[in-house]
Design a protein around this ligand. Structure first.
Ligand code: FAD
Ligand code: SIN
Length: 547
């Protein structure tokens, strides 16, 4: 089959992928992929908003940096934090120019035109939002913009199976030259050839049984980059959001942190408050602290859930600030203007990821990673609320600029071979895939969740290795499918999470273990190095090999 030729291919059409596509020059031929519809992924579901310093009177960049560093529990890279936070205002201005309908401020005395809400760990109101459906507004606006661009070809329902590197082809240097894509509608595997490849494929929270993420959050990009020889770091820091709706029919529905920002209170089943017992910032403490407090209270009381109550606020205020949450809860017979909301913590965000420099450059030449799949050093051991969308926009912009500035240095790719299906047959045992999905996510939740121990981690490692053996056999003998590819990636990423968690002999931020409950004096990232690691000179300078 003739390969599809592009200057740049972008795997993922969330905030990170869409922004990169739109910020690359118009004369570049670009392919933008999503394994589902273009609006699939976490971006569409983001509620709270984007953290950025806009209201210069009550806030400043130094304070946003400080809040990020505090939440990150000593592990943030200050240079990355500064780079991303300092570009907050310009990113928001770009979004406004694209047409994102952020919620205006009703209070005419405020110096900025947009309403700013507050979330845990932020010392000021600095979250710009579109009611409680910020991601939908961003996603719809940016998708409309890419649809208008003649130089961008859109490929929804195309699943990246693996990256193609020159070293895999037996060529001496090590660069990424494209990817194999499974066209899910036509069940065909296509070869895409490119001078630059950008992974913008989101996180891996689907590794856990309970998650706020959609089904596609299977860490595909992290797994593909690892297989292509890139380092991966700090995967032990999986963020659990404190408040997901607890209801048998409410799969993955988040109750935004902005509900606590606007006065919502966490309560035990008997109505008593408890957060002050855990942290003086109470409901507005950083997420790791709030999620652990809820987990502790639930286990102590043997409760299935706790409650988030905002019903003391005027009904009109609640309905106008949280229309999506109000409607969704009402659908389950919970009127949040009168009733407390049953909540539980759930896996929400992957703080670690593919090691990159400030421009998204990975260890492999021609390969970039941005957004939730990447590790920039912004989040440290715990992400500050609403910093992730900000990271997507700033990193995408730096990445696009970098590709554009250095494009002449990326050589034309060689001839690429077709995907070889001559040795595989159609599967007759898909139950194996479904069973392994369930098993993996359950033991990750039980053994690698909010509270860990060495023994639980060793158990998880043993099980993940067994699963990987079975999955490998399946992958070698049968034709690939969406579920098989995602399971293979999820098992690999789970192994990386467990390996990182085993290496960290302390409790810091989101990684809490009963065997080492204290902070260690040594502050270090957990960097995993694959066997086929080839560091590019650029990334070696930004992220020296430490493991
Ligand atoms: P995503 O938006 O997840 O997009 C991933 C893309 O990659 C999708 O298009 C997907 O189809 C594609 N993809 C994945 N694998 C493949 C593959 N193998 N082949 C082809 N395509 C692939 N952050 C904030 O800052 N503020 C918030 O208010 C906020 N609220 C949130 C609420 C919820 C419910 C959730 C789940 C997250 C929230 N977050 C929030 C986090 C934030 O939304 C995400 O971190 C961010 O949107 C990630 O963007 P992304 O572009 O990196 O990936
Ligand atoms: C939320 O609205 O609580 C999500 C914010 C985030 O994940 O940053």
């Amino acid at each position: 089959m003739k390969p599809f030729d592009y200057d740049v291919i972008i795997i993922g059409s969330g905030a990170a992928g869409l922004t990169t596509a739109l910020q690359l020059p118009d004369h570049f031929r670009i392919a933008l992929f999503s394994k589902d519809s273009l609006s699939a992924g976490s971006t569409y579901w983001a509620q709270g908003g984007v953290a950025a310093v806009l209201d210069q009177v009550g806030d400043n960049v130094e304070q946003h940096i400080k809040d990020t560093l505090i939440a990150g529990a000593g592990l943030c890279k200050e240079a990355s934090v500064r780079h991303i936070v300092e570009h907050g205002q310009s990113s928001i201005e770009w979004l406004i120019n694209q047409g994102v309908p952020f919620t205006p401020d009703q209070d005419q005395n405020r110096p900025y035109d947009y309403h700013l809400t507050r979330e845990g760990g932020h010392s000021s109101r600095r979250i710009i939002h579109a009611d409680d459906a910020t991601g939908k507004a961003i996603s719809e606006t940016l998708i409309q913009q890419v649809q208008n661009k003649l130089n961008i070809d859109l490929y929804p329902y195309h699943l990246a199976i693996d990256l193609i590197t020159t070293s895999k082809l037996g060529i001496d240097d090590h660069r990424c030259v494209g990817a194999y894509m499974l066209d899910l509608k036509n069940e065909a595997i296509k070869v895409f050839r490119s001078r630059c490849t950008v992974i913008a494929s989101g996180g891996a929270s689907k590794a856990y049984l309970y998650t706020s993420n959609t089904d596609g959050a299977s860490g595909d990009g992290i797994a593909m980059a690892w297989r292509a020889g890139c380092r991966v770091a700090n995967m032990e820091f999986n963020q659990f959001h404190p408040t997901c709706l607890y209801h048998p029919n409410a799969k993955s529905f988040l109750i935004s942190e902005a509900v606590r920002g606007e006065g919502g209170l966490l309560k035990r089943p008997d109505g008593s408050l408890f957060m002050k017992n855990y942290d003086p910032r109470a409901e507005l403490a950083p997420r790791d602290i709030v999620a652990r407090a809820i987990d502790h209270e639930m286990k102590r009381l043997g409760a299935d859930c706790l409650y988030l109550d905002i019903s003391h606020k005027p009904a009109e205020f609640i309905r106008s600030h949280f229309p999506t949450i109000y409607e969704r809860c009402l659908g389950f017979d919970i009127d949040i203007t009168k009733d407390p909301i049953p909540i539980v913590p759930a896996a929400h965000y992957t703080c670690g990821g593919i090691v990159v420099d400030e421009h998204g450059q990975t260890d492999t030449e021609g390969l970039f990673a941005i957004g939730e799949c990447s590790f920039t050093g912004l989040h440290g051991a715990n992400r500050l609320a609403s910093n992730s969308l900000l990271e997507c926009f700033v990193s995408a912009s730096s990445c696009a600029q970098n590709i554009s500035d250095h494009f002449q240095h990326y050589p034309q790719p060689p001839t690429l071979p077709d995907w070889d299906e001559s040795q595989v047959i159609d599967s007759d045992e898909n139950v194996v895939i479904a069973h392994n999905w369930d098993e993996l996510r359950r033991f990750m939740w039980d053994y690698v969740g909010i509270v860990r121990t060495d023994k639980r981690l060793q158990r998880a490692m043993h099980r993940v290795r067994l699963l990987q053996f079975e999955i490998h056999e399946f992958y070698s003998n049968f034709k690939v499918s969406n579920d098989l590819i995602e399971l293979r990636n999820l098992a690999l990423v789970s192994e990386l999470i467990i390996r990182c968690a085993i290496e960290r002999k302390e409790s810091r931020g989101l990684h809490y273990t009963l065997d080492y409950p204290e902070l260690s004096e040594t502050i270090r990232d957990t960097v995993l190095v694959p066997e086929n690691f080839h560091a590019s000179q650029k990334t070696k300078q930004a992220h020296p090999v430490t493991a």
